[in-house]
Design a protein around this ligand. Sequence first.
Ligand SMILES: C[S@@+](CC[C@H](N)C(=O)[O-])C[C@H]1O[C@@H](n2cnc3c(N)ncnc32)[C@H](O)[C@@H]1O
Length: 237
Amino acid sequence: MHNTAMQRYLFAFLMFEMMRAIHTNYVPACARIIMMLIFNYSNLVDPLLKDLRAFVTNFAGIKAGDRVLDVCCGTGEQVLDYGRRGIIATGVDNDPNMLNVALKNRKRHDLLTTSFQLADAKELPFPNGYFNYASISFGLHDKPRLIRKSVVSEIKRVVKRNGIIILVDFNVPLPQNAFGLFARTIEFFAGGEHYRSFKDYLASGGLDSIVKEHGLVELNRTQLKSGLIGVIKLIND
Ligand SMILES: C[S@@+](CC[C@H](N)C(=O)[O-])C[C@H]1O[C@@H](n2cnc3c(N)ncnc32)[C@H](O)[C@@H]1O
């Protein structure tokens, strides 16, 4: 069998087994560890979200020369899409391993308008109103409620008045389909505080409750991946 076909088959088999294990509430502790050894963000999540990055840039209407912050940027894929279009983009994340991947990709593609910084999203190292736009993708569902609140307050602070904020995260309620089951599976294997926060994010109403809590004004919204992902464009009023 061709190598890629074999990898796909193995991936599908493992996902099926994981879902079955979760469904039957039987997940040995070592399963989480094995999963973490086999899969990482770059080889599992990034390929699945490849088309999301260009979509977000287009949906937000960001143009070359705009100054944009991507919060909790992970491996930097959104920032790199901004950079390919001449947008002046900065990504921040508090995980040096994620940023190392981002920096390697930046170097490989030679994207001069992009930069990455190690920083805590609760205390962004930028002055008030510094950016025209900010985005955060899958950086809210994984945090406890109070941290979620601080992160969004910080995003509001560093985006100029009437600037644009893009929130991308799991839609609530999650769809009752394979995509929803897949998300629950991934989050379950993330475990610990991440999984507890995910459950709280779902229970509290997800992005809608965040938009309401922070008094953000909605311009537009859409859903992707059969209702799994919500994308909301907001004005920093
Ligand atoms: C689920 S990943 C999303 C990554 C990326 N935005 C994407 O769409 O693929 C969440 C990211 O948030 C980062 N993160 C978690 N807490 C953070 C904090 N307090 N400050 C900055 N980054 C944080 C993690 O290191 C991780 O890279």
